[in-house]
Design a protein around this ligand. Structure first.
Ligand code: NAD
Length: 260
């Protein structure tokens, strides 16, 4: 379905981004990877995607907290593959603390990586998409783009901002063949969530399994973690013709979290 199209997936060396890269490549899409990891792991990932799906794969080391790096990543994709047809803004970080104790540098980093990076990437990718009259922009937001939890001031603010940015980009580009969506997942089992499981286990003096069960029990009607591949499948769906009339809306995949 996406054969010959070119995608960037930010933060695709781990978790959800890595699964999205696999799902897009499985549909024949060339992929520019991004994110932090050691060189051997990145080389292995590139090789696996190339061999498994027979697509072109490259890597950008762009730091999503730096606007100039982000512009360079978009140029690299256009130069190397010819265009950016699909942009998945996925890179993200987390830090938890009550607002009155929230370190200012953590606030700045979360806003930069979880929100401003998407603005910079979209701004740089749009001119090419507008010229070609085609683009699929998928922002990986969160249920925390729609509702709040304690101790996550920066994350919740950034993800609400990302849902707002999604709506504006959709409105401005409805006539340009470009859709812009925000995916809002509940708990997905990735290294980012594993750290929260371990932190909670330590804080409450319980086992990681019990901490994970409590996190699910507190929030999700379906008491299972979402699998990263399910987010990958959803991104592919949002790039399909079936979804071509879906734009500017949060697409929720949360096991019932926000139903309550
Ligand atoms: P993860 O920690 O497994 O992966 C994060 C990725 O972002 C990694 O590839 C990392 O290298 C990259 N990254 C971090 N800082 C970066 C920077 N400055 N520049 C470039 N890359 C950077 O996390 P994940 O759980 O896969 O999360 C991916 C996205 O999904 C995030 O935006 C997160 O907020 C969102 N999300 C996750 C969950 C969940 O339950 N895991 C739920 C909702 C939304």
């Amino acid at each position: 379905m996406l054969k010959g199209k070119n995608a960037i997936v930010t933060g695709s060396t781990s978790g959800i981004g890595l699964a999205i890269a696999h799902s897009l490549a499985a549909e024949g899409c060339n992929v520019l990877l991004n994110g932090f990891s050691d060189k051997a792991a990145i080389d292995a990932e590139i090789k696996e995607l190339q061999q498994k799906y027979s697509v072109q794969v490259d890597y950008s080391p762009a730091d999503m907290s730096k606007a100039a790096d982000i512009a360079g990543m978009i140029s690299q994709c256009e130069r190397q593959f010819g265009s950016v047809d699909v942009l998945v803004n996925n890179a993200g970080i987390q830090f938890t603390a009550p607002v009155d104790q929230f370190p200012a540098d953590k606030w700045d980093a979360i806003i930069a990586i979880n929100l401003s990076a998407s603005f910079h990437a979209i701004k740089a990718a749009l001119p090419g998409m507008q010229k070609r009259k085609y683009g699929r922009i998928v922002n990986i937001a969160s249920v925390h783009g729609l509702v709040a939890s304690v101790n996550k001031a920066a994350y919740v603010a950034a993800k609400h901002g990302l849902v707002g940015l999604t709506k504006v980009v959709a409105l401005e580009n409805g006539q340009n063949g470009i859709t812009c969506q925000a995916i809002c997942p509940g708990w997905v089992h990735t290294p980012l969530v594993q750290k929260q499981i371990e932190d909670n286990a330590k804080k409450e003096g319980i086992s990681p399994d019990d901490a994970a069960a409590k996190m699910l029990g507190d929030k999700m009607a379906i008491k299972r973690f979402i699998q990263p591949e399910q987010i990958g499948g959803l991104v592919v769906f949002l790039c399909s013709d079936t979804a071509s009339m879906m734009t500017g809306e949060p697409v929720i995949i949360d096991g019932g979290w926000t139903a309550e």
